[in-house]
Design a protein around this ligand. Structure first.
Ligand code: BGC
Length: 323
């Protein structure tokens, strides 16, 4: 089992449709993972209170600069209940090519014994999201700007797919299941990977599309200097990169005075290599869902857009999705 799955599962057992705790991971045997879309975790229809409730399962898709990943998520716990399938981001990363890649990934999830039909589906994309459109495209093919993303995905996947900003998706997941749980006030998550993404929450509500990776920094677009990809491109060691990133972080603290800062994205896997060099001005936590956050948050946003609400026992606050 990898780190991500262990972290995610720390927030609750994964239940099979028959209610048996799987007790472990998101990539176990294909049978019994709720693949028929039936409710799990006690939040489904037919639980005796007369209310019609949605299944707590949804499909989450994360379109990154290097990889496209997807899985079925149990929203009662934030755990992945199907294998997490990853394929390389196609080049060029046009809407049609990415949609084909997602279709292939979903076929592979289905082939592993998990039915995705009828489940809400959401995709995190690296840009500003408004009304089903991607409005900026720093790290993805520019042709996304001239075609409505949700229409392309719907055509290729034969289902509606809600799109959200990828960092907003990761933030939603951390607020609901990870480092942000129970935190009110101003919470700011930064995702550090191919670009730098941001997700800003005020008392648990998302302020979408904040795009703090594009703050001006040393007269440049910050992410071109201090993202994970920039670190590799500039051949910086962790200490040197962390020094520069720390100065960027300081700027972000000065602008927003967050009550909590959460660092996530690809670079959150490497925390041990750089955290000692950071001098944060306030509370700072490392994301807990690691690279599952984007998948989990996109699934959550899609389900909430269709009316899903978490079971009371989850003890979480309402968050509002982008898009
Ligand atoms: C994009 C953001 C995105 C971030 C991380 C930036 O280049 O503008 O929308 O969240 O990369 O992928």
């Amino acid at each position: 089992m990898d780190e991500t799955v262990r972290d995610v599962d720390a927030f609750g057992p994964v239940l099979a449709t028959d209610g048996t705790p799987e007790g472990s991971n998101g990539a176990g045997p294909p049978d019994g993972h709720g693949g028929d879309g039936a409710p799990v975790g006690g939040s489904g229809a037919g639980d005796g209170d007369g209310a019609t409730r949605m299944s707590s399962l949804a499909v989450g898709i994360d379109v990154g600069g290097t990889g496209v990943k997807a899985a079925i998520v149990d929203l009662a716990t934030g755990a992945l209940v199907s294998p997490r399938v990853r394929e390389k981001t196609p080049l060029p990363s046009t809407p049609e090519a990415v949609a084909d890649t997602i279709a292939h990934i979903i076929e592979r999830i289905e082939a592993s014994g998990h039915d995705t039909q009828g489940l809400p589906a959401g995709a995190g994309l690296p840009g500003v999201v408004k009304d089903g459109w991607l409005r900026t495209a720093a790290n993805i093919d520019k042709s996304w700007l001239v075609t409505r993303a949700e229409d392309v995905l719907e055509r290729h996947l034969s289902r509606h797919v809600l799109i959200v900003n990828d960092a907003d998706a990761a933030g939603l997941a951390e607020m609901r299941y990870g480092a942000g749980v129970g935190h009110s006030g101003v919470v700011l998550m930064l995702t550090i990977g191919t670009g730098i993404g941001s997700a800003l929450f005020v008392d648990g509500r998302l302020v979408p599309n904040t795009e703090l990776g594009h703050l001006e920094f040393h007269r440049r677009d910050a992410e071109t200097l201090v993202s994970g990809a920039a670190r590799e491109r500039r051949k910086l060691g962790w200490k040197q990169w962390a020094g520069e990133f720390d100065a960027y972080l300081d700027r972000v603290y000065r602008y927003f005075s967050p009550d909590l800062m959460i660092l996530g994205g690809g670079v959150s896997k490497e925390t041990k290599r750089y955290i000692q060099y950071l001098t944060p001005r306030g509370p700072l936590e490392v994301a807990r869902l690691l690279n599952a956050a984007g998948i989990v948050g996109a699934a959550l946003a899609a389900a909430e857009a269709q009316g899903y609400r978490p079971p009371e026992s989850a003890g979480v606050r309402e968050v509002v999705a982008a898009g």
